[in-house]
Ligand binder design. Structure first.
Ligand code: SF4
Length: 231
């Protein structure tokens, strides 16, 4: 948990949520904007509260507002969309204990379940059927020191690692990290640009690196900016 007292206070919001309930920011159907599932209709379950504060975060509205719902209610509302693809995102979903059995229930229902997580929390507890999309935070995010490197040993070949790049410094760090851990031969590695970074520059860097990375454009921001109603 962050040493910042304001952030600790917000995370403490979750301590008042009783067993069996979650704090949900929004639950809706949209187009998947990132990952290898980009472009597909998807139901998003966005949990409230995050214990990181990435400098370029595009979901600060989820930090401290939410509605308490029982896990049964979240499951029923999610399944009611009758959509084969579900993404659990945030905020940081793994801060809420009920997220784990919720994902298991969705898998049991035959859904393809994606989990977007910051990479700062233990993923070894996640149902093995869930497709994890895990960030590795680059230096310009301001949260690089929160990367939980032990998570790399728990990712499956079907999981995805995402670097959000804001600068050349971030790119150099991401490329070094991929090489050091051989990430591009073990997982799908996604690279996206903070909105405003020149996409041509990122494309040139990816091509020059000879690394097997998947550059992505955060599709939802092109469709819905400035509301960016996607993940
Ligand atoms: S981990 Fe995600 S939700 Fe949390 S601050 Fe970073 S970008 Fe925002």
């Amino acid at each position: 948990m962050s040493a910042n007292p304001k952030i600790s206070h917000r995370v403490a919001l979750l301590e008042s949520v009783p067993t069996g309930e979650l704090l949900i920011h929004e639950l809706y159907r949209s187009i998947q904007g990132e990952s290898t599932f980009a472009g597909l209709p998807c139901v998003f379950v966005r949990t409230s509260v995050c214990d990181l504060r990435c400098s370029w975060c595009d979901t600060p509205h989820a930090f401290n507002k939410g509605v308490r719902m029982t896990r049964t209610e979240v499951l029923a509302q999610t399944l009611a969309f009758d959509c084969p693809l579900i993404e659990i995102t945030g905020g940081e979903p793994l801060l809420q204990r009920e997220v784990l059995p919720l994902m298991t229930s969705l898998c049991d229902a035959g859904k393809t379940v994606l989990l977007e997580t910051s990479g700062a929390h233990d993923i070894s507890v996640v149902d093995l059927r869930v497709r994890i999309i895990m960030d590795l935070k680059c230096p310009d995010s301001g949260e690089c020191e929160r990367n939980l490197w032990a998570n790399l040993a728990h990712l499956k070949p079907s999981d995805e690692i995402k670097f959000v790049v804001a600068s050349r410094r971030d790119w150099d760090w991401a490329a070094d990290t991929v090489r050091q851990h051989h990430l591009d031969t073990r997982f799908t590695v996604l690279v996206s640009a903070v909105f405003g970074l020149t996409l041509r520059d990122l494309a040139d860097w990816v091509l020059a690196s000879q690394l097997n990375l998947r550059m992505q454009l955060q599709m939802h921001k092109f469709i819905w900016e400035p509301t960016a109603r996607g993940v």
